[in-house]
Write a protein that binds this ligand. Sequence first.
Ligand SMILES: Nc1ncnc2c1ncn2[C@@H]1O[C@H](COP(=O)(O)OP(=O)(O)O)[C@@H](O)[C@H]1O
Ligand SMILES: [Mg+2]
Length: 606
Amino acid sequence: MTGRVREDSTPAVGNGQLRSVQALLLPLFSRYGIRLLLGFVSLAGVDLLQLLIPRFLKTAVDSLSAGTASQHSLAGISTLIVAAAVAAALLRFCWRYLIIGFSRLVERDVRNRIYAHVLKMDRPFFEKHTTGDIMAHVSNDLAAVQMACGLGLVSAVDAVVMTSAAIGFMLYINIPLTLLALLPMPLLAVSTMILTGRLHNRFNLVQEQFSLLTEFVRSALVSIRLLKAYTMEGLQRNEFEKLGRQYVRSNIRVAVIQGLLAPLATLVGNLGMLMVLYFGGRFAIQGTISLGDFVAVVTYLAMLVWPMMAIGWVISLTQRGLTSLKRIHNLVTTAPVLQDLPETETPVPAVPSFRLDHLTFTYSQAAHPALRDISLELAPGVYGITGRTGCGKSTLAKLLVRLYPVPDRTLFMNGRDVNTMSLDEVRSRIAYVGQDAVLFSETIAANIAYGLPEATPAQMEAAARAASIHEEILALPQGYETVIGERGVTLSGGQRQRLALARALISNRPVLIVDDALAALDVETEHQVLRAMRTSGRRQLILIVSQRIKLLSETDEIIILEQGEVADRGQHQDLLARSAFYRSMHAKQAREGARSAPGNAEVLGQ
Ligand SMILES: Nc1ncnc2c1ncn2[C@@H]1O[C@H](COP(=O)(O)OP(=O)(O)O)[C@@H](O)[C@H]1O
Ligand SMILES: [Mg+2]
């Protein structure tokens, strides 16, 4: 990846950039207008005061050389200079507070907007953009925008005011001398612009490598146990060292340019000074300008070096800010693939049902459909879904929960095309336990309560009992108040799934979809859990993805998927009679059951 330069080195201010400024920044400029105005007035005040100091100096020097200076007049002038410097310092504090504050407010507002938007995004989006990617881009881009709106803006205004005023004062003193002194200056602006452009590209590389490095550490830490289990620490260390070396190399490349900038400025500034000393000295000897004018020109010239560099720097900062702003704008205007609609007034009947009508679904990155031409009616009842790994069971469950977009008129809930309903309308009726249980790094009680925020301890306990996890929770150090996850107790895969199941059960939603979450239970507990699911609350439609015959045999109907298609459906006995796949699964599990627990053979063989 070394040497890769992102598209943002293009200097052109494109259409998209203007649009993003309009959409994201203009409203903020007007919201914080007064703050900005005050800030710029203070900034102009600082510049003015700074420019007055050489005038005072000139008066002092002239009076000295004319022999009219007295202790008293000199003291007066020095007091003026000190007063100007103090006032400038106060005003400098004001503009920094106001304008840098403005840039932080802009950063905050844009960040809030990004966050609100990212929360609205759906699975397909998060499959395309990894967490590390989003985090790195958002923080880098935000930083670039903040820089452009803060120091960039200040430097631009400052440079323009200072340059024009200093040049104005110099011209007022002596026009030919000013032109001679300024001769080397454009060189400084142009070379700074080129160098900072370079600097910016190299700096991007540094940031990219830094995000690679952090993402590397993050993913290693997340899977640290796996890493140790496979004794991959050595490999990881080598890889990490390689990344570290690249990071240092890029940083040094940045330092090279940074190191060039200051000497360059001094060199060019001194060239200008050479001109002033040579020609200005001559003019002073000839008496074309006074000694005071000579001193003033020297001071103004020294004051010009920084604004000249700033112009080059500001151009590159602005380019950077604009490209970042455009990227942010693209992000916040990316609509979720899953289009949400406002909730309609039509109340959904209490009895939920689904109909799939020739539903074919392909993941956006996949070559082949994961589900093909599925037609199913799911009326209230208990359904088992089974089939080989990869046949599409989880996909089917996720489509019902509306985690991925489906084509129009292929999936209906209570007779209504789900694409005409709001996402919440569908999701709020479904309790879903995914294959990988999602738990938060909070207490067990809080995790269960995600299903029903107002749940009482008694309700939680009932749900935990129904999910057959209550006893295990009590055995934990702080019971229901035990914190789990990264900063707490680690639960086993089966415990996590049952906890997620308890959360689903307490929500008391009419549809319950459980994706392979009961696999870690023993047969007896599994049976209890299913019974609890059937009898608890107003649950009407239960869908259980499972590979276990015993569990499947207790459902009302079993659907067998094969390579994304419905291969067969029916009741346990019918399928035993006609489905070769089901029979072989049955035979295999009966054998395994017999081997592990002889007493179970009869149960399974019934
Ligand atoms: N997010 C995804 N992106 C692309 N392909 C996927 C994704 N999830 C699953 N698949 C593919 O879709 C097919 C069905 O997967 P899945 O529904 O998880 O199967 P099952 O749950 O039956 O094991 C598999 O071929 C799998 O590789
Ligand atoms: Mg699955």
